[in-house]
Design a protein around this ligand. Structure first.
Ligand code: SF4
Length: 467
C-alpha cells in the first residue's frame, strides 16, 4: 500500500466539499433508496458500462422478479437473460446469476460484509466490490469507475496515464485515502456522481463544481487534458451476413456459443465475412448450413438492408439476406422445419442442390451494396436503410451468380460462429420470447416493418445502446 506524500489539494477539504455537495445535489435513483447489499450488487453490475437512464427500468423489473439472491439463484439462465435483454454485456447477467447461487450456497443468500468474500463472487471486481461494501456496509473501500478516475485525475492533477498500471495504482491510492473517513459509501458515490453530472469528459462544468477552487486541472484552464491516456482505442471492424430464413411459417434461429460475444443468446443465423470473401460467398456459407438443416434448396435474395452495430470494442457492418422455401413443402417432419431442431439431412458434405448456384469469384460476383444508411445508431440504420423487397436484384429471384454447382462445405466449417446443431425453427409468435441481443431485435423489427412477417413490436423495448 502506497502512503507517499500527497500532491494536490488537502484531502479533508475535498472530502467535506464533496459530501456537502452530494447531500444536496445527488440524483434520486431507486438504488439509492436502499442499503440492501443484494440490491446494491444488482445495480452496480447493471451500471457497469451502461447509462443510468438505460438501467432504471431494468433494475426495477429485475428486483420485482428477483427480490433476493435466493429468488435469482432459483431462476433459469434463460429467464435471467430474457429480463436482461437489451441491456447488453450479457456476460454480466450470467455472472450475477452465478454469484446469487454462490451467496445461497455459502452465505445463506446474504452478501457478507467481507471484502475477500465479495471480491470472490463471479463477475465482481475491485470496483463492484468497493461499491457494494462501502454503500451497503459503510466500509472504507474505494470504488473507482471511469467517472471517479476522471474526477480524481483532474482534481489531483495525476500525470500518470489512467490506462496504464502505474496510473491506475495512483488513482486507486487517492480514492483509498479519500474514503478513509466518515461516510465512505457517500464519498464514493459523490465522486462518481460529480463525474457523471458535472466533471464530464467534454466541457466539464467547472463553474458549478464544488471542487473548482481546489482542482489542479481547472487551474490550468484545460481540464479536458486529464485523465492522461497513452493508448488510443481501436475498433475491431467486421462484416457480418445475417439471414432471415423463413420456411413453412417458421424462422431459423441459432444459439451463440456459451463463451464470447453475446454468449448464449439466440440470434438470427449469421457469419462474419472472411478475408477476401465477398458478401455473397458469406451468404452462401449461411445458406449451406441452413439448407443442410432443411434438406433441400431455398430461395435466397440479395441483401435487402444493411446497418452498423457498435459493441464495446467491436463494430459490425451487417447485411441482411432473406430466404424462403420458394413455395415447396418440406418432406414431412424429418425433412424440414416443421418444429424443433433442424435436421442435417443429406449430410453436411452433400452436393449443393440444383436451383441455387454458388457464388463465383468474390471480386467479380459480389453483389451491389444495399442503400447506404446514414451514420448513426442502428435504430436509424434500420429505419432508413431498407430497400423495397421487390427492387432490382431482389424480388424473390434466385441469385443470378453464374458459377457452377460445387460441393457444400462441411456444416461445422460453414459457420464457425455457432454449431449447426443449434439451428432451431421457431414460430413468429415465439421469437419475442427468446433471449436475443439488441442487434437481432432491431433486425426483427425491421423485418416486421416491411411486412415480411417478423414479430410485431420486436425490438420495441431494445435500448439505444451498445451491446
Ligand atoms: S473543477 Fe472542473 S475539472 Fe475540476 S473536478 Fe470540478 S468539474 Fe472537474
Amino acid at each position: 500500500m502506497n502512503d507517499a506524500p500527497m500532491r494536490g489539494p488537502d484531502l479533508e477539504a475535498v472530502r467535506s466539499r464533496l459530501i456537502h455537495w452530494y447531500d444536496r445535489h445527488r440524483r434520486d435513483l431507486p438504488w439509492r433508496r436502499t442499503r440492501d447489499p443484494y440490491a446494491v450488487l444488482v445495480s452496480e453490475v447493471m451500471l457497469q458500462q451502461t447509462r443510468v437512464e438505460t438501467v432504471l427500468p431494468y433494475y426495477v423489473r429485475f428486483l420485482q422478479r428477483f427480490p433476493s439472491a435466493s429468488h435469482l439463484a432459483a431462476a433459469s439462465e434463460d429467464e435471467v437473460l430474457r429480463l436482461w435483454q437489451g441491456l447488453g454485456y450479457y456476460r454480466r447477467a450470467r455472472q450475477l446469476h452465478q454469484a446469487a447461487r454462490v451467496l445461497v450456497e455459502r452465505y445463506g443468500g446474504q452478501v457478507p460484509p467481507d471484502p475477500e468474500a465479495v471480491r470472490a463472487l463471479p463477475g465482481v471486481g475491485d470496483y463492484t466490490a468497493g461499491a457494494v461494501l462501502s454503500i451497503a456496509f459503510d466500509l472504507p473501500v474505494p470504488a473507482v469507475d471511469g467517472n471517479a478516475q476522471r474526477v480524481l485525475a483532474r482534481v489531483f492533477g495525476v500525470d500518470e496515464p489512467a490506462d496504464q498500471a502505474a496510473g491506475r495504482r495512483r488513482l486507486h491510492d487517492l480514492a483509498r485515502r479519500l474514503v478513509d473517513g466518515p461516510r465512505p459509501g457517500a464519498l464514493n458515490q459523490a465522486v462518481m456522481e460529480l463525474g457523471a453530472t458535472v466533471c464530464r469528459p467534454r466541457r466539464p462544468g467547472c463553474g458549478d463544481c464544488p471542487l473548482a477552487e481546489l482542482c489542479v486541472a481547472a487551474r490550468t484552464g484545460d481540464p479536458e487534458a486529464w485523465p492522461v491516456r497513452r493508448r488510443s482505442g481501436r475498433w475491431v471492424e467486421e462484416d457480418v451476413a445475417i439471414a432471415w430464413c423463413r420456411v413453412d411459417g417458421r424462422v431459423a434461429v441459432v444459439r451463440r456459443p456459451q463463451e464470447g460475444l453475446l454468449a448464449g443468446l439466440w440470434a438470427l443465423p449469421y457469419t462474419r465475412r472472411r478475408d477476401g470473401e465477398g458478401w455473397l460467398e458469406a451468404r452462401d456459407r449461411l445458406a449451406a448450413a441452413l439448407e443442410a438443416a432443411v434438406g433441400r434448396p431455398l430461395r435466397w435474395r440479395r441483401a435487402t438492408l444493411q446497418g452498423r452495430w457498435d459493441f464495446s470494442h467491436r463494430r459490425w457492418h451487417w447485411r441482411l439476406f432473406l430466404a424462403d422455401d420458394a413455395g415447396e413443402r418440406p418432406e414431412g417432419p424429418a425433412g424440414g422445419p416443421a418444429g424443433g431442431r433442424g435436421r442435417l439431412q443429406g449430410g453436411c458434405g452433400a452436393s449443393r442442390p440444383a436451383g441455387r448456384p454458388a457464388t463465383g469469384d468474390p471480386s467479380t460476383a459480389d453483389e451491389p451494396a444495399p442503400p447506404r444508411v446514414p451514420t448513426g445508431s442502428d435504430g436509424a440504420a434500420v429505419a432508413e436503410g431498407l430497400a423495397p423487397w421487390g427492387s432490382a436484384g431482389e424480388g424473390g429471384e434466385p441469385s443470378p451468380s453464374p458459377a457452377p454447382a460445387r460441393p457444400l462445405r462441411a456444416c461445422a466449417a460453414a459457420t464457425a460462429e455457432w454449431a449447426a446443431e443449434t439451428i432451431t425453427w421457431v414460430r413468429l409468435a415465439d421469437l419475442e420470447r427468446l433471449a436475443m441481443a439488441s442487434l437481432d431485435r432491431r433486425v426483427l423489427a425491421a423485418v416486421a416493418g416491411r411486412g415480411e412477417g417478423g414479430p410485431r413490436g420486436a425490438g420495441a423495448g431494445a435500448a439505444e445502446r451498445r451491446d
